[in-house]
Design a protein around this ligand. Sequence first.
Ligand SMILES: C[S@@+](CC[C@H](N)C(=O)[O-])C[C@H]1O[C@@H](n2cnc3c(N)ncnc32)[C@H](O)[C@@H]1O
Length: 228
Amino acid sequence: MSNHDQVYLSQAEAYESMISRQPDLSEIVRQIRPYKNLDVLDLGAGSGRLASFLAPEVKTLICTDASQPMLDILDRKLTEQNFVRNWITLEADHRSLPVPDSSVDLVVSGWSICYLASSNHQEWDSNLDKILSELERILKPDGTIIIFETMGTGTETPDPPEFLTSYYSLLEQKYGFQHRWVRADYKFASVEEAIEHTEFFFGEELAERIKNNRWSTLPECAGVWWKE
Ligand SMILES: C[S@@+](CC[C@H](N)C(=O)[O-])C[C@H]1O[C@@H](n2cnc3c(N)ncnc32)[C@H](O)[C@@H]1O
């Protein structure tokens, strides 16, 4: 089990507190596929970064994730938003989704497929194939997939981790996704707060760079891939 798997099981609140400092991504999703009244799957929904802006507008929302503690935060956040319950949460692995065939208009997935498609994973390319086959199975004929992944933390221009570049290449070259990137910087009140909220996830080396650069805003680049 990787370090991050442990975070998603036992430090879900700390993850939520960290990513709540990043910008809202609703307009990026809306530009690719206006989502009002659609049936949507949030794959690897975590603590609900994407689900929080989707749920108030979509028809139905299925949120899957391997971590129940992350989904519990999502459920609490959406319940606090106080609108009619149109979402469900399901503990599920990306490679086998408990979702009917041809039932979803839009799949969104933020920073999650990478855990199975990283080239550090021995079966990364067959994992990716399984995940995308599952998504094709559950999508309606005019469905859309939108994937967000990291293009680098602590960098102002894209500099993706080496272990993700093969995955990103396959998305574009084999599976026909389009691609752009955006800044998704973390904004903190101080350098000390930036370190306090990110070191548990990104480690000591990044904490050192935050200190040396006096970053209260930690630069982050996000890749967006979509397919219609
Ligand atoms: C970096 S978080 C992203 C969460 C959320 N999408 C967001 O944008 O903040 C990654 C999430 O993917 C989930 N995850 C990792 N591997 C998974 C798998 N094989 N199947 C389902 N969920 C997985 C983790 O439990 C975690 O909640």
